[in-house]
Design a protein around this ligand. Structure first.
Ligand code: 13P
Length: 244
């Protein structure tokens, strides 16, 4: 299966940053991986227009589970799709930790993404304290079982393993640690969804850079990458994509 490489711009990017996305699109000739950028919601529509006719997909970073209503400040999956998104990141650790998102809420948001025709990228990952307590596998597989509804079985989706301690720190797990967790996620996915759980790409995220991308992307069961800081620069993001 083709790898999936997605940039998560987080709360970064004004209109002037659209040039970086266009630079990525211009560098995708010959790339077989599927590539996407998830900009802030304010840039989605402009970015999807600027990239129309290119293979570079755009996506949201979160959505509300409801389709519409009195939810000041929130954005629904339908609104993301209407703005040109085809992907949506859900359950990122910055939302689980900073906004109290539970597995059940992430599952509801995932249902919303499917309802709107979006491909969800559901994030899981342990904290450093959980890893040091020997609980990384149980935490991550528990998040997979709690955050992924059964309705995913016949729809395109991805899981992203992002150890919280590797995000924005420059630290990365060893490839053995990545392979161990990805194998556990695969087993949990197959247990939950049957054969469809064997097909979905499992992305790695957390301090992916041009210098470590090729090694990480060639690790067993790594089906792509979810890239934060390095996706803000077309040159760095293309350097990562080249490792796919
Ligand atoms: P960094 O690549 O900046 O570590 O961020 C990873 C991440 O959180 C992507 O969702």
């Amino acid at each position: 299966m083709n790898r999936l490489i997605v940039g998560n711009w987080k709360m970064n990017g004004l209109g002037a940053a659209l040039g970086e996305a266009q630079g990525v699109a211009a560098g995708l000739g010959g790339v077989v991986a599927r590539v996407g950028i998830c900009p802030p919601a304010t840039l989605l529509e402009r970015m999807s227009r600027a990239l129309s006719g290119t293979p570079l997909a755009v996506g949201g970073q979160d959505c509300r589970a409801e389709a519409s209503g009195a939810f000041t400040g929130d954005v629904s999956a339908e609104m993301l799709a209407d703005a040109g998104a085809t992907l949506v990141i859900l359950g990122h650790s910055e939302r689980r930790a900073g906004f109290g998102e539970t597995d059940a809420l992430v599952a509801a948001k995932t249902e919303a993404a499917l309802r709107a025709g979006l491909e969800p990228i559901i994030c899981v990952g342990e904290t450093l304290a959980e890893r040091e307590a020997g609980r990384a596998i149980s935490i991550v597989t528990g998040q997979v079982r709690g955050s992924l509804p059964k309705s995913l079985a016949d729809r395109p989706f991805a899981v992203a393993y992002e150890p919280v301690w590797a995000i924005g720190t420059g630290l990365t797990p060893t490839t053995e640690q990545i392979a161990e967790i990805h194998a556990a996620i695969r087993e949990a996915l197959v247990g939950l969804l049957g054969p469809a759980g064997g097909r979905a790409p499992i992305l790695y995220g957390g301090s992916v850079k041009p210098g470590n991308a090729a090694e990480i992307l060639s690790t067993a069961e790594v089906g792509g990458a979810l890239v934060g800081g390095a996706s803000l620069s077309a040159a760095d993001f293309l350097g990562i994509i080249a490792g796919a």
